[in-house]
Ligand binder design. Structure first.
Ligand code: AMP
Length: 215
């Protein structure tokens, strides 16, 4: 199964991707996670990416395309993958098309999570992640058993630097201008499956699985 998850920041792409990993036994390829890892490692790429990320802007296309190109060639992508947060611009979508041709692979579906943009600010400001195991929580919708610590491993829960309100507004603007046009791009190719992303996490997952049936 080769899938793209599309949707604005906070739509639930990461949460849904993690569940699809379990179901289909294929890797989640999150460019945001890979970039955050590069920032943490202070690699040359991470140092350059940090400024764009902190401001809620996009990292240059050639950087993310390079990361994805390398990642898709690894053995664990043989049977499929879930792209989460990539592509985010039309040039990235064109580059992905080219990479897939080179690798002899074809997308099965592009799942577009349909969400009410107004609710996203609350979703994003409430997000917390375990600094140790990476598990995600939401203070209101999926709270940890104990305040501030991960219910899986007891690690410290932290807030992403770009989940503050000003940066979120900028990320939404960037989404509207640069990423939203991808819906039409994939619709015109007959690959787009629109899924209601506003329900409970499990209901959204079921809707995604139904949309992927027969793929
Ligand atoms: P995410 O975790 O997907 O919300 O991504 C966090 C940040 O990483 C974004 O706000 C961008 O600065 C950067 N980023 C992630 N994916 C991409 C991409 N495909 N193209 C450009 N920048 C990206």
């Amino acid at each position: 199964m080769k899938i793209i998850l599309l949707g604005p920041p906070g739509a639930g792409k990461g949460t849904q991707a993690a569940m699809l990993v379990e179901k289909y036994k294929i890797p989640q390829i999150s460019t945001g996670d890979m970039l955050r890892a590069a920032v943490r490692d202070q690699s040359p790429m991470g140092i350059k990416a940090k400024e764009c990320m902190d401001a809620g802007g996009l990292v240059p296309d050639e950087v993310v395309v390079g990361i994805v190109r390398e990642r898709l060639q690894l053995q664990d992508c043989q049977d499929g993958f879930i792209l989460d947060g990539f592509p985010r611009t039309l040039p990235q979508a064109d580059a992905l098309k080219q990479v897939l041709v080179e690798l002899g692979k074809q997308l099965d579906a592009v799942i577009s999570l349909q969400v009410d943009i107004e609710s996203l600010v609350e979703r994003l400001t409430g997000r917390r992640t375990c600094a140790d195991c990476g598990r995600g929580f939401h203070l209101r919708y999926d709270p940890p058993a104990q305040d501030g610590s991960c219910s899986s491993c007891g690690g410290k829960l932290v807030q992403r630097a770009d989940d503050c309100e000003d940066t979120i507004r900028n990320r939404m603007e960037v989404y509207h201008q640069q990423t939203a046009p991808l819906e039409e791009y994939y619709r015109s190719e007959g690959a787009l499956k629109a899924v209601d992303g506003m329900g409970e996490i499990a209901a959204v997952q079921q809707a995604i699985i139904s949309a992927l049936q027969g793929k």
